[in-house]
Design a protein around this ligand. Structure first.
Ligand code: URA
Ligand code: CA
Length: 436
């Protein structure tokens, strides 16, 4: 096979075979195919798309490009969840114990975050002592014993995706549905998922800003799941305002604990129940979605999921006392209220702008080398639809630095992320669609 011919084929909108796609991915991973040829190929895909079969072939080729988790020794259907990312998304910390409490094994490999706040792994490190690295045997044994383990990705998983994603980032080829869908699904398949629930965010704080694109992406991923025999359900959810109230690592751990205590924010609680219910159906622990929803709602409100989180924390060496006393989490010395400058109703909260502010406070990383400050971030006191009076608190900043100019800048940024209108303002639906 000649690389140039495969670029030409895609340029001319012809369909590539499984072997041709394997050749491109293996060649690129090994370094036999140079960046300039891969860039041209990615751009041809950007313009001409891929069929469902091609997209599935690309997914499997990338999933097999490096290490793959072997979860076969764990009994049961391993259901994984992926979120396309948003601001203050605390769902994994809630879902992992909740779904495990329902009897579905959760063998979760999570990432660190690049962006507004840390990833799940960074958040877990806000729990003193929590070990995010377990040996392979220990990881499998823990899932078999208590039904859940959450660890950082280790080894060399999906190197093809890492390399291609980096290349797409600098060649204007990120925004291609088959490339995004295969990138996400390859990582889930390499992590050993038998079935997958996707939370596809839509709105100003999301990767996909329009509902139409979000649905297309969801359909592409569900189709890949079908092609490769991993049952996949996608839930399209609102990211026009941050999910829940907390943005920041320790703050989100506290929010997760409160949610599992049954007193979390309504939107976060509802979304976790919906995602968990789909996972429980795919995991074979309920016959219907409605039955699963009743089951997980009960587990969330009767303390079973919270007890499972405590068990998870204990098993991985973390301080279990934090679950009963979240005030033991690291906390920032300065709490700065951000007040409304006028009366009104919140009609919009710019999730992206608040994410950037949280990052500037130190909650996230701009580059891989940046250190995260686990204690800082913000807690929203108002959400879309709430009325507010001048001088009332919109949000509270948690800061480690109270230098006046910095404080003023952070306060201004936060206040201007809130749009106030006179009269009432409608909330967007939390869930727009289910694709399966
Ligand atoms: N997230 C991914 O993992 N891959 C993409 O291509 C885009 C978003
Ligand atoms: Ca949150």
């Amino acid at each position: 096979m000649r690389t140039v011919e495969l670029i030409q084929k895609k340029r001319d909108a012809e369909q590539l075979t499984t072997a041709e796609i394997d050749y491109m991915i293996q060649g690129y991973t090994k370094g036999d195919i140079p960046d300039y040829q891969m860039s041209a190929w990615a751009m041809a895909i950007y313009f001409n798309g891929m069929t469902a079969k091609e997209t599935a072939d690309l997914t499997l080729a990338m999933a097999r490009s490096g290490d793959q988790a072997e979860l076969g020794s764990i009994p049961g259907v391993k259901v994984d969840k992926h979120s396309t990312g948003g601001v203050g998304d605390t769902t994994t910390l809630i879902l992992a114990p909740l779904v495990a409490a329902a009897g579905v094994p959760v063998a979760k490999m999570s990432g660190r975050g690049l962006g507004h706040t840390g990833g799940t792994i960074d958040k877990l490190e806000a729990i003193a002592g929590f070990k995010v690295e377990l040996g392979k045997e220990q990881f499998l044994q823990q899932v078999t014993d208590i039904g859940v383990a959450v660890i950082g990705q280790s080894g060399n998983m999906t190197p093809a995706d890492k390399k291609l994603y980096g290349l797409r980032d600098v060649t204007a080829t990120i925004e291609s549905i088959p490339l995004i869908a295969s990138s996400i699904m390859s990582k889930k398949i390499a992590s050993g998922a038998d079935a997958i629930v996707l939370d596809v965010k839509t709105g100003n704080g999301a990767f996909m800003k329009s509902l139409e694109d979000s649905i297309k992406l969801a359909q592409a991923m569900v189709e890949i799941g079908e092609e490769v025999g991993r049952e996949t359900v996608a839930v399209i959810t609102n990211m026009d305002e941050p999910l829940g109230e907390a943005i920041g690592n320790a703050l989100e751990v506290r929010e997760a604990i409160e949610t599992l205590q049954g007193r979390g924010p309504a939107d976060l609680t509802e979304l976790c129940i919906v995602l968990a219910a789909h996972m429980v159906v795919l995991g074979g622990k309920a016959a219907t979605y409605d039955e699963a929803k009743v089951k997980v709602t009960e587990l969330l409100h009767n303390g079973s999921a919270l007890a499972k989180l405590k068990q998870l924390v204990g098993a991985q060496g973390g301080n279990e006392a934090i679950i009963d006393s979240p005030e033991l989490l690291v906390s920032a010395p300065y709490q700065v209220p951000v007040m409304a400058a006028e009366d009104g109703t919140v009609s919009r909260i710019d999730a992206e702008a608040l994410g950037v502010t949280a990052m500037l406070l130190g909650a996230g990383r701009a580059t891989k080398e940046d250190q995260i400050d686990l204690a800082v971030g913000m807690v929203l006191r108002k959400k879309v639809g709430d009325s507010v009076r001048s001088g009332e608190m919109l949000a509270e900043l948690y800061m480690n630095n109270n230098e006046p100019m910095f404080t003023e800048d952070m306060t201004q940024r936060t206040r201007s992320a809130f749009t106030l209108v006179t009269g009432s303002a409608a909330r967007s639906p939390l869930i727009y669609a289910i694709v399966s």
